[in-house]
Design a protein around this ligand. Structure first.
Ligand code: C2E
Ligand code: CA
Ligand code: CA
Ligand code: CA
Length: 276
């Protein structure tokens, strides 16, 4: 038994070592990707149910790794946050998104995810202003998506950052709404332009008798009262779409409409509109 214990211990130690090695390797690769342009933005349509029209696209980053292929943000954004590299990655995302969106029709906006660390970085509004100026994208066509985790740090500071971003003329959305534990208090404190209802609530709509409809209704009623728009994420089928419409949700995003696509596919999606 003692021998087994020892063997297990060694195995455990080795795997921690292996983890640390992989992590360092990933960090180096991430630095290279920042230097060599190893990232790409994909775009997913945001569709207004209220106006029956395409409103814009959310920019979602992909890492084209030289040997491991495409790596999803869920895998590398946390590492980028821990290492502080998110500031450089995030700056690239804002610039690239503004640049690409400046070539779209003037009623089509772009939404960009801003991570918590990026949000607390004092240079954020300068970065955004520069990206807008360089691309010529009007500020009202840029939406910044933040999660309520930014409120954990320092509420005063968060509110002043939100107000200075708002003063640039950009729109601000509260992402993943309902997944934190006290979302309501944040809504009282800052007038978000839009609430993005987390996909977990949309998934629940498939099951009977779990009050999922009532939850959606409560969120859209609250948003209405606060003059905020609502968008439901992760909409995959017609039934979910129908219920969301009935419960007063303004917009949807999800595989029902389209998966995230490359910029040239966005051009194809937009082209028929131009010809009209
Ligand atoms: P998110 O901001 O909540 O983005 C929505 C995620 O849901 C995306 O995953 C999208 O591809 C996925 N999705 C969209 N429609 C559906 C659907 O109908 N069903 C399902 N199951 N999933 C759907 P993705 O692209 O892997 O991104 C994951 C997360 O990574 C994002 O969640 C966001 O938090 C983060 N992220 C992505 N791009 C960036 C970025 O440029 N900067 C930062 N800071 N974070 C990013
Ligand atoms: Ca988002
Ligand atoms: Ca989200
Ligand atoms: Ca999410």
């Amino acid at each position: 038994a003692k021998r087994d214990g020892k063997a297990t211990f060694h195995f455990f130690e080795q795997s921690l070592d292996e983890q640390a090695r992989r992590r360092r390797e990933m960090e180096l690769d991430l630095r290279l990707a920042i230097k060599d342009g190893g990232f790409e933005l994909h775009f997913q349509p945001l569709y207004s149910l209220t106006h029956e029209r395409l409103q814009g696209f959310e920019a979602l980053i992909r890492w084209n790794h030289p040997t491991r292929g495409t790596i999803s943000p869920a895998e590398f954004i946390p590492l980028a946050e821990e290492t502080g590299l998110i500031l450089q990655v995030g700056e690239w995302v804002v610039r690239e998104a503004c640049h690409i969106a400046s070539g779209w029709p003037e009623d089509i906006s772009v939404a960009v995810n801003i991570s918590p660390k990026q949000f607390t970085y004092p240079g954020l509004s300068t970065t955004i202003l520069q990206a807008l100026t360089n691309s010529g994208l009007p500020p009202q066509r840029l939406e910044l998506e933040i999660t309520e985790s930014v409120f954990i740090a320092d509420v005063e500071h968060t509110l002043s950052t939100l107000h200075s971003l708002r003063n640039l003329g950009v729109r601000i959305s509260l992402d993943d709404f309902g997944t934190g534990y006290s979302s309501l208090s944040y809504l009282r404190q800052f007038p978000f332009d839009k609430i993005k209802i987390d996909q977990s609530f949309v998934r629940d709509l498939a099951q009977q008798g779990n009050n999922a409809h009532a939850v959606i209704r409560a969120i859209t009623t609250l948003a209405d009262a606060l003059s905020m728009e609502t968008l439901a994420e992760g909409v995959e089928d017609e039934q979910q779409c129908r219920i969301l419409r009935e419960e007063g949700c303004g917009s949807i995003q999800g595989y029902l409409l389209s998966r995230p696509v490359r910029a040239h596919v966005v051009q194809e999606m937009l082209a028929p509109r131009d010809r009209r």
